[in-house]
Design a protein around this ligand. Structure first.
Ligand code: URA
Length: 217
């Protein structure tokens, strides 16, 4: 069985809060309806947003409370971009935006050509001034790590200030692949499962995240 490399390990943040773990367990169950799967993913994404934004820069502004003036901290949410890897990444957007409503959103669509096995980009739309922004790439499943790596390579061409990767589930192989391609990217996940099957699905996993979010099974 593949193990997470030591250097990759230092860049993985396992979000093991009991609420996150509880909701993830409910989502994994095969009998979870599309409706509850989507709702739980939204709730989980909001909770995970706290962890992934923990080191966001703040600045002090002067405000008036009902009693006196004070210097108080604010974030600049507009500098943050959530980039969804289509299509399952879209299931994470509502939850993270409920916590950081000022954030911008980008979308990237990538598929693997079955003949060449190369990543092919079919959609790429980002806010402007990416060089001023911190990116959080979202995709529920970090499986082989190939499309995540390709997406991040493409995003780096925009010269952003930083890139993090947020997922729900991953496996050692996906972590190692992403880390080898992008050792500067921190990975945030709610669970590290056992392995991939021959079709690239995570085991035990939760099935096809896109199908479960959108009810397309
Ligand atoms: N994508 C999914 O939706 N599920 C997996 O298990 C792996 C990749």
């Amino acid at each position: 069985m593949i193990q997470i490399s030591d250097s990759a390990h230092a860049h993985v943040h396992l979000i093991d809060h009991p609420l996150v773990q509880h909701k993830l367990t409910l989502m994994r169950k095969k009998e979870a309806s599309t409706n509850s799967f989507r709702r739980l993913l939204g709730e989980l994404s909001s909770l995970m947003a706290y962890e992934v934004t923990r080191d966001m820069a703040t600045q002090e502004v002067e405000i008036e409370t009902p009693l006196e003036s004070m210097q108080a901290k604010v974030i600049d949410g507009k500098k943050l971009v959530f980039v969804s890897i289509l299509r399952a990444g879209n299931g994470i957007l509502d939850g993270v935006l409920s916590v950081v409503p000022g954030a911008r959103v980008g979308h990237i669509g990538i598929y693997r050509d079955p003949a060449t096995l190369q990543a092919v980009e079919y959609y790429f739309k980002m806010p402007k001034d990416m060089h001023e922004r911190d990116i959080i790439v979202v995709d529920p499943m970090l499986a082989t790590g190939n499309s995540a790596s390709a997406a991040i390579t493409r995003l780096k061409a925009c010269n952003p200030k930083s890139i993090k990767f947020l997922c729900l589930l991953t496996v050692p192989q996906g972590i190692n692949t992403l880390h080898e391609a992008h050792p500067d990217v921190e990975i945030f996940t709610a669970a590290i499962d056992r392995e991939l099957n021959d079709h690239g699905y995570i085991l035990p996993g939760l099935g096809d995240a896109g199908d479960r979010i959108f009810g397309t099974q």
